[in-house]
Design a protein around this ligand. Structure first.
Ligand code: NAP
Length: 301
């Protein structure tokens, strides 16, 4: 029986582990894929206080080491169900059932897809959701990034250093992401912005060879010959397995205020899978601290 089981080893989950251990509680972190969460895809973090520049990969590794050094157990296992038995919770994975007095859900989110024919089968053959993982395969080639948030902007900037040409395709005429990154992109000669446009067709044989882009205003279709398509159109919160114990909003985010409490006593939610206005590394870490502190209060009651 653990004091706290944390589901998800991203910045929120690992920060919660640090706070839980520093309060002398036993902590197990269960992670389905790899520790670090989506931040490992960010090439350069420059908006985390004190740290002027760090790669997402290094950030994740250092956070992992910090949580481990404080005594958190971190296990790769996918949680498929959560059961509430009052002052005891069961956390179910395909391998076993773990028990804890409190649970913090820090599961983050997964990639949203474009939903264009061929998208799934072309992953690894031209379609990617991670510029820092796959960008290197497209040195001196032509690529497109789709999306208008910070991920799309940062991906385009990263790829502009590698690829010969980068199209940045956004469905509106204004980006959602930071103005400073937009300004940097506008200075790059090999970046072409295509506004008010959506990708309507993928052209391929064995690999992606091009895309068709439809202008939303006049319906005209433009064909772009390219080798890589980086999809950065947001993420979907990973909360479905907890629906019976946690209220979800219409977009699937776990409903909780800044206290990180869910409707089930002893179950907390932290990070990008929670309803909130600002989803950033610093707010994910803050959520981890709050959720663990609330869990400790609950345990000490
Ligand atoms: P996001 O902010 O939700 O942006 C998703 C973008 O994709 C939006 O521009 C959206 O268009 C567009 N989109 C959604 N569905 C689409 C579709 N089917 N077809 C075409 N376009 C579509 O997602 P994100 O960029 O992944 O960022 C997620 C969160 O992480 C944000 O809060 C972001 O600020 C944060 N983040 C922070 C950093 C950093 O701090 N360094 C880095 C990366 C991400 P609309 O604008 O029209 O809705």
């Amino acid at each position: 029986m653990f004091d706290i089981i944390i589901v998800g080893a991203g910045p929120a989950g690992l920060t919660a582990a640090i706070y839980g251990r520093r309060a002398s509680k036993s902590v197990l972190v269960l992670e389905a894929k790899a520790w670090g969460g989506q931040i490992i895809n960010t090439p350069d973090i420059e908006n985390y206080p004190v740290v002027a520049h760090i790669s997402g990969f290094d950030f994740a590794n250092q956070l992992y080491e910090q949580a481990k050094a404080l005594g958190a157990e971190i296990v790769l296992d996918k949680v498929v169900e959560l059961r509430d038995l009052g002052d005891r919770k069961e956390v179910v994975t395909p391998r076993q059932t773990y028990e804890a007095r409190t649970v913090i859900l820090a599961t983050g989110s997964e990639n949203r897809k474009l939903g264009v024919e061929g998208e799934d089968r072309l992953v690894g053959r031209g379609v990617s959701y991670c510029a820092t993982c796959d960008g290197n395969f497209f040195r001196k080639k032509t690529v497109a990034v789709v999306g208008g948030g910070n991920t799309a902007l940062e991906d385009a900037l990263y790829l502009a250093d590698l690829a010969e040409k980068v199209y940045l395709i956004h469905r509106r005429d204004q980006f959602r992401g930071e103005e400073t990154t937009v300004a940097k992109l506008k200075q790059r000669e090999n970046v072409e912005m295509i506004y008010n446009a959506i990708v309507t067709r993928l052209l391929y044989e064995k690999r992606l060879t091009g895309i068709e882009v439809t202008d939303k205003l006049d319906g005209s279709v433009r064909t772009l010959a390219l080798q890589g398509l980086f999809v950065a159109v947001g993420r979907i919160p990973e909360n479905e397995n907890f629906r019976s114990l946690v209220e979800l909003d219409p977009s699937g985010y776990a409903v909780a205020d800044e206290s990180c409490h869910t409707r089930t006593p002893g179950v907390f939610v932290a990070g990008d899978n929670r309803t909130k206005a600002v989803r950033q590394l610093v707010t994910a870490a803050a959520d981890g601290a709050v959720a663990a502190t609330e869990a400790v209060k609950y345990l000490n009651q």
